[in-house]
Write a protein that binds this ligand. Structure first.
Ligand code: HMG
Ligand code: MG
Length: 286
């Protein structure tokens, strides 16, 4: 019988706030993380140590990390695209770092200014340093079904990148439907291909909800054996380099969906609702 435990990795402070038009005060970001810390998450993605010229929304990454109340049992994670980001994340006390690659060449260029192959080379020292420091390393693959620039992405491209991230030492690879336009059929085909090379236990699903099909995509992934999903309180999210990318699937919806099907997320529904309301209050007016 498959495990009934499902882990939700909370994304609102990072994937959520990276895409907000109006700057959000550092103090309010800290308040959001602190509210999320009480909900029962094992992992909260707090911020990114990326170029402030590329993502000004997260330029206060170190200040946010310094200001949060750390709750024991919660891992506070951050994105790090290169060694400069890794060193900054380490200095700020990140418990885990994530490197992020793409299954689409054009998106790789637009997002991190290098080819897929160059990105893997750039991640190599980050992987070595995280291993040396004993920091868990997570990997993302973006555009696993569709690219905002190239359209449909062949599943084999996803397999190749996921495999390379795993070979670098990522304990988990999060598969991102970056623009949230994946159909359950396309997600299923992509997962079948990736599962030919990697076990479900090292995969996570990261669904944006542009087409409103994220829960269906989660259902497909559950059927395929995945038990870790990324979601953002309040449905915040999107990528500044992926035109049309809307919010991440809402953590509350994922929690409700999973609970109704007998899965245990370990989350406190009332506290989650409070954190989600606060997250929504940070959103810029459309
Ligand atoms: P670059 O311009 O090629 O970098 O950008 P560079 O190495 O040539 O450096 C240029 C300048 O950036 C230098 O500063 C560096 O110091 C600085 P200058 O001398 O001009 O003043 N720099 C940095 N500053 C702070 N922290 C750093 C850092 N690195 C260089 N780590 C780079 C390359 C990767 C840095 C840039 O493209 C970048 O920061 N990209 C970030 C993109 C990003 O954050 N995207 C959103 C996250 S991905 C996502 O949302 C998808 C996901 O959710 C999954 C899904 O949905 O699919 C994860
Ligand atoms: Mg994302």
């Amino acid at each position: 019988k498959p495990s009934s435990r499902v882990t939700i990795v909370e994304m609102a402070p990072r994937d959520g706030l990276q895409n907000e038009k109006q700057p959000v005060d550092t103090a309010r970001k800290i308040e959001l993380v602190d509210l999320l810390s009480d909900c029962g998450f094992e992992r909260i993605e707090v911020t990114s140590f990326v170029s402030p010229k590329w993502v000004p929304q997260l330029a206060d990454a170190a200040a946010v990390m310094a200001g949060i109340k750390r709750r024991s049992g919660v891992r506070y994670t951050a994105l790090a695209p290169n060694m400069q980001g890794f060193e900054a994340a380490l200095a700020a006390g990140a418990d885990e770092v994530a490197i992020f690659a793409s299954a689409s060449e054009t998106f790789s260029m637009r997002n991190i200014n290098c080819s897929i192959a160059e990105s893997i080379e750039r991640f190599r020292p980050v992987a070595a340093a995280s291993r040396e420091r004993g920091l868990p390393l997570r990997g993302y693959v973006s555009c696993v079904v569709e690219c905002p620039y190239e359209g449909a992405v062949p599943p084999q491209n996803v397999v190749n990148v996921a495999w390379q991230l795993r070979a670098l030492g990522c304990y988990e690879i999060s598969l991102g439907d970056t623009i949230g336009r994946g159909s359950p059929e396309a997600v299923d085909r992509m997962l079948a291909a990736v599962l030919g090379e990697l076990p479900a236990t090292v995969l996570a699903g990261h669904f944006h909800d542009t087409s409103g099909r994220a829960l269906e995509n989660i259902a497909v992934a559950l059927e395929r054996g995945l038990r870790v999903f990324d979601a953002a309180a309040g449905g915040l999210g999107g990528c500044p380099f992926a035109p049309g990318a809307k919010g991440n699937v809402d953590t509350v919806s994922v929690h409700d969906y999973l609970s109704a099907r007998g899965y245990d997320t370990g989350l406190d529904k009332d506290k989650l609702a409070r954190a989600a309301a606060f997250a929504r209050s940070l959103r810029s007016a459309p």
